[in-house]
Design a protein around this ligand. Structure first.
Ligand code: PLP
Length: 487
């Protein structure tokens, strides 16, 4: 059991620091600078260190344990990324500096654009968007701009499968367009017949389709070529939600599969610490048809200012750019980490990421699927979705299983998403976990399935040994209090 956290540890006169003796004349501080009314806590050094160390230990983190949060790709983040991001030449730059003085940073951005272009099979990449959902908005605005540029002003429909991440329809409606849902078939693919009918119905209005592949069931769509052909046939464009690139790295490229535009989640696939709302980075890649619409600025080599083998990097705006979507350069610190990650792994290493991510997904699924029903039971990619319910334990829900996992020392999987699976548990082990960890996790899940039958109350009341029990999750998100204030 963890003791309740006590915040009121201040006692008058205690102090955590001692300043060196003055070796100059003391000077009066300007009036008004010292705010006597601030009741700053007075604590000893030991109290201070213990307070913050205990706070840090209340956090569950990728650095402390297995984090199978489906779709979020909570892989281990190599520490060299952090070291590189902290190099003063990167960390102490100022966005208002003249480009002549930030050529190293621009070289990094230029290289990262080129790496992502190569990995995704695209003609160009913009690093501007702040995260995945922002990349989606950017991509959809580019598709819209493409049609408007051709004078095709009636197009306002974007098709989206019922398995899509909620941000997809949100991005469509934020772009002033209409989302039309397409159901999945019994194998977890987009239902081709309904798709064909929707394409015909909306042919003159079709902006395109947003598709996640592998989709949020962790399945590679078996009719991808037909889907792409259908949408293109009706004048639409294919948007790829690249949050699941972890399964594809070095094996196949969305650009080669027919996607016209795609966002990457640098903070998922390319390992930067994320969660709690940030930071992220959601670069967008575009085919030759859409590359001119990318948001600027983009880093390019300026031949006029380059000398010999010494390129000069400049910021440019693509000719038909939708404009800026982010201030300054985007989230540069995340770019440094992604660049380091890609350079450390190299092409072969990136391919192994995808191979092991898929292997781990399938291994874990095989360990539990006799007990946890997998409704779309076929070879999965980097993640899979099972049901968190049992016919002979009717009161137990996915939420209870998720909370009970906390007692076993694991972060719960994603639950209640995708919406097309009842009591969904979406499990993404990632490539960085060992067989021993996967075995321990599977064992915990199997044990919980037994408890669901023998002692359901244990599950309903879980977690039992976490610092906080069940939260009001809506209030916790809407009325988040991040700051302690003195009474
Ligand atoms: C995470 C995710 C997003 C959104 O990305 P953010 O960086 O969280 O905004 C979109 N689609 C899918 C499938 C995702 O997993």
């Amino acid at each position: 059991m963890i003791e309740p956290l006590i915040f009121e540890i201040s006692r008058p006169g205690r102090c955590a620091t001692s300043l060196p003796e003055l070796d100059v004349e003391p000077a009066e501080l300007p009036a008004g600078l010292v705010r006597e009314e601030l009741s700053l806590p007075e604590v000893s050094e030991a109290d201070l260190i213990r307070h913050y160390t205990r706070l840090s230990q209340l956090n569950y983190a990728v650095d402390t344990g297995f984090y199978p949060l489906g779709s979020c790709t909570m892989k281990y983040n190599p520490k060299i990324n952090e070291e590189v991001a902290r190099l003063p030449g990167f960390a102490r730059l100022h966005p208002y500096q003249d480009v002549e003085t930030v050529q190293g940073a621009l070289f990094l951005m230029y290289s990262l654009q080129a790496f992502l272009q190569e990995i995704g099979g695209f003609a160009g990449v913009s690093l501007q968007p702040a995260a995945g959902a922002h990349g989606e908005l950017t991509g959809v605005l580019m598709m819209r701009a493409y049609h408007l540029d051709r004078g095709d002003v009636a197009r306002d429909v974007v098709l989206v499968p019922d398995s899509a991440h909620g941000t997809n329809p949100a991005s469509i409606s934020m772009s002033g367009l209409r989302a039309v849902e397409v159901p999945s078939d019994e194998r977890g693919n987009v239902d081709l017949e309904t798709l064909a009918a929707a394409c015909r119905e909306h042919s003159d209005h079709l902006v395109g389709m947003m598709l996640t592949n592998p989709n949020t069931l962790g399945l590679f769509d078996e009719h991808l070529a037909e889907i792409v052909a259908l949408v293109h046939e009706h004048g639409g464009l294919m948007y790829g939600d690249g949050a699941n690139m972890n399964a594809l790295l070095g094996i196949t490229r969305p650009g080669d599969l027919g996607f016209d535009v795609l966002h990457y989640n640098l903070h998922k696939t390319f390992s930067t610490p994320h969660g709690g709302g940030g930071p992220g980075s959601g670069p967008v890649g575009a085919s030759s048809a859409l590359v001119d619409f990318l948001p600027g600025p983009i880093v390019a080599i300026d031949p006029e200012r380059s000398e010999g083998d010494d390129p000069f990097f400049a910021l440019i705006n693509p000719p038909k750019s939708i404009g800026r979507v982010k201030s300054f350069y985007g989230h540069f610190g995340v770019m440094v980490r992604a660049y380091t990650y890609i350079r450390m792994l190299g092409a072969e290493g990136l391919r192994r990421v995808a191979e092991y991510a898929v292997l781990n997904g399938n291994y874990l699924m095989s360990q539990i699927k006799d007990v946890y029903h997998v409704p779309y039971d076929r070879t999965c990619m980097h993640e899979f979705v099972c049901e968190g319910r049992f016919p002979d334990a009717p009161g137990v829900r996915a939420l209870d299983i998720a909370k009970r996992l906390i007692d076993y020392g694991f972060h719960p999987p994603t639950n209640y998403f995708p919406l097309i699976v009842h009591e969904a548990l979406m499990i993404e082990p990632t490539e960085t976990e060992s067989k021993e960890t996967l075995d321990r996790f599977a064992e915990a899940l199997l044990k919980i399935a037994q408890e669901a039958r023998t002692d359901p109350a244990l599950l309903h009341q879980a977690p039992h040994n976490a610092p906080l029990r069940r939260l009001d999750e809506v209030r916790a998100a809407k009325e988040l209090i991040l700051r302690w204030q003195p009474e």
